[in-house]
Design a protein around this ligand. Structure first.
Ligand SMILES: C[S@@+](CC[C@H](N)C(=O)[O-])C[C@H]1O[C@@H](n2cnc3c(N)ncnc32)[C@H](O)[C@@H]1O
Length: 485
């Protein structure tokens, strides 16, 4: 365990040698940083050349997993503490046992401490309590959270502490089942100056009777057969998607009023039930609103191959036996495919919750957190104003564009598409009248007046046009094309 005073010393040492995001960008340059993003150390090593300054030594030690002469870091006040905590080993030649990466978020600039990312095609089997660094999945989850300042926030399964670094909340609680994860998270958060209440335990045990305004989690959702060593960062000992179900239902049950739960998840696709019905069964009894997007569906073979490779088993004698055992497990559990996606749940406390389940494999405009927030906000006025929807003023989202397609020189386009250049990137082909009404929504006139005016322009019956467009217009509000004026 690295004492807090040594975390402070380490931060001073890192800052003094410019081991920061800006410092590395200047020192290493774009191709080297891009190479590290691909888990290749070569361009960064070449950028450092034979240099023997302290910043170069820090990069070699913490990022490139290379040995460093102790004399290169002789001035570091944090070294004795790092050695005592086992984070650095060796006498004349130092090696790091963890990775320390500069990391920035809207809230803080600091470092992430995790187990070392395998570099340069290294293939091996990670230790069971391996602590992942910031991964693409971590970034995806942090972008799902509706922006805003929260009161109490929970980062469930914090790992290296990456989500907690991004949460904007008065009080942050982070939990993990893995004590090593909590220790590395403590270092990440301490170095980054983000105060977090860290608690050890499974799922919601450490926060049993507490409620939260935000819960964000990238849980160990991999569905794998029992009977072999588990990698704690990716799999629990639940059957099928039982762990994700517990995360979702337990989380919904711990939301404060208007609290939001965001989950990155996998779920089982089983015979006789659609994925949406399965998740509806989990979420509807909680009484919460929900927007769930299935981003991808993998067949069992693709899924198993990904996770066998992730475990470092490709090319080993264990690969095929484990593959078959996994297939047998899926067959016995009735798992025909695996859905992967994003779950957002809000405790709105309304009598008739709004639950939306969508297949959405399309590209989105990150961060999509705002689009989830807009959906939950739209549900409220949408239901409240149902009797007089048309008397309200609406305006188009500033990121909405209209695309038209038709023969050159034609008076009217054959197709009009309203396309979101934001959020989920939805697009809708609109008829002339609907496009004209939407185009006129500038927050000034009530919707009913715009419908009447467009009916006049098109020489159409106003009542008939209203009946035709009212449902599409409601859907446009719910889907984030129109915002309250
Ligand atoms: C996929 S990692 C996510 C880490 C980090 N939050 C992120 O976004 O990258 C899942 C984390 O959940 C932790 N974990 C595994 N089983 C758990 C359980 N039953 N309760 C709480 N945390 C658990 C793992 O140790 C790991 O840190």
């Amino acid at each position: 365990m690295l004492p807090t005073a040594d975390i402070d010393r380490l931060r001073d040492d890192l800052l003094a040698c410019g081991y920061t995001l800006d410092g590395l960008a200047r020192r290493l340059g774009g191709p080297a940083l891009a190479g590290l993003g691909r888990n290749s150390s070569v361009a960064a090593s070449r950028a450092l050349g034979e240099d023997r300054d302290v910043q170069a030594a820090a990069v070699r030690l913490w990022l490139l997993q290379q040995p460093v002469p102790a004399t290169d870091l002789a001035g570091w006040a944090s070294l004795p503490g790092l050695r005592a905590a086992g984070l650095v080993t060796g006498d004349a030649e130092l090696r790091a046992t963890v990775e320390l990466k500069p990391h920035g978020s809207d809230r803080s600039e600091g470092w992430i401490c995790s187990d070392a990312t395998p570099l340069d095609g290294w293939v091996g089997q990670p230790r069971e309590d391996f602590v992942l660094g910031a991964s693409p999945a971590s970034t995806t989850l942090s972008q799902l959270v509706p922006p805003g300042r929260y009161g109490r926030a929970l980062d469930l399964g914090t790992g290296c502490g990456i989500q907690a670094l991004h949460l904007d909340a008065a009080q942050i609680i982070a939990t993990d089942l893995n004590p090593r994860a909590l220790e590395l998270a403590r270092i990440s958060l301490g170095l980054s100056g983000v105060p977090v209440d860290l608690r050890l335990g499974s799922l919601y045990e450490p926060v049993a009777n507490e409620t939260f305004d935000l819960i964000a989690t990238n849980p160990p959702y991999v569905m794998s057969p029992p009977g072999h060593a588990r990698l704690v960062y990716r799999e629990g000992d639940f059957t099928a998607d039982g762990l994700v179900r517990q995360v979702v239902t337990g989380g919904a049950g711990r939301l404060a009023d208007n609290g939001v739960l965001t989950v990155l998840a996998n779920w089982a696709v089983t015979p006789g039930q659609s994925w949406a019905e399965r998740l509806d069964d989990w979420i509807r009894p909680t009484g919460c609103d929900a927007l769930v997007l299935q981003r991808e569906v993998l067949d069992p073979f693709e899924y198993i191959e990904i996770w066998l490779t992730d475990a470092g088993l490709a090319g080993t004698p264990e690969y095929l036996p484990r593959y078959h055992a996994w297939l047998d497990y899926f067959a016995a559990a009735g798992i025909e495919a695996v859905g992967m996606g994003w779950i957002a749940v809000k405790k709105s406390g309304r009598e008739h919750p709004e639950l939306r389940f969508e297949d959405w494999p399309h590209a989105v405009h990150q961060p999509v957190g705002q689009a989830f927030g807009d959906f939950f906000a739209a549900v409220e006025p949408f239901q409240l104003i149902e009797p007089d929807f048309l008397s309200h003023r609406w305006q188009t989202h500033p990121g909405l564009v209209q695309e038209t397609l038709g023969d050159p020189g034609a008076a009217d386009p054959q197709h009009v598409v309203l396309r979101q250049q934001y959020g989920f990137g939805r697009a809708l082909e609109a008829g002339t009248a609907l496009a004209a009404i939407v185009g006129a929504c500038d927050g000034e006139l009530p919707l009913g007046a715009l419908v009447g005016a467009v009916a006049g322009l098109l020489d159409a019956d106003a009542d008939a046009l209203r009946d035709e467009v009212i449902q599409p217009l409601r859907r446009l509000v719910l889907d984030g094309y129109l915002l309250p004026g």
